[in-house]
Design a protein around this ligand. Structure first.
Ligand SMILES: [Cu+2]
Length: 138
């Protein structure tokens, strides 16, 4: 009987120790890569390794700060996109994405679904109609 109790206690302590190790590991990543337009999803690939991100630039029909927020917000919801930063002057959005998770065509479609042109992909008509006046193409 004593042996069983010792075994249970040993397992219990192992569980606590590994939990603590896990929490420490998580803490290490904090404060890293938290710049503008950085999203916290999909920083790692399926094997748990640091993913190889690709850079992509898409010309949009964005007009103002609201457009920037809308486009960056929508891209932030897409799995596999690490960051998106739209320059309103150039209307170009620069995206870092994991090509194993998402492709450039899907990213353009996402922008178009918000009512904006994305390279050759035309804005979704209904979404464009719903945009505020300041966000419509001049
Ligand atoms: Cu706008």
């Amino acid at each position: 009987m004593k042996k069983v109790i010792v075994l249970v206690f040993t397992l219990f302590f192992i569980a606590i120790a590994s939990d603590a190790a896990l929490a420490q590991g998580k803490g290490k990543g904090k404060g890293k890569g938290k710049g503008k337009g950085q999203f916290k999803n999909e920083q790692k690939d399926n094997r748990g390794e640091e993913a190889n991100f690709k850079e992509l630039e898409i010309v949009t029909s964005a007009q103002c700060g609201m457009c920037k927020e809308k486009i960056e917000g929508a891209l932030g919801m897409v799995k596999g996109i690490k960051s998106a930063d739209l320059n309103i002057e150039s209307k170009i959005v620069r995206i870092m994405y994991n090509p194993e998770v998402v492709n450039s065509e899907f990213i353009r479609q996402t922008i178009a679904s918000q009512g904006y042109d994305a390279d050759g992909v035309e804005a979704d008509r209904d979404a464009y109609k719903d945009l505020p006046k300041c966000c419509k193409k001049k």
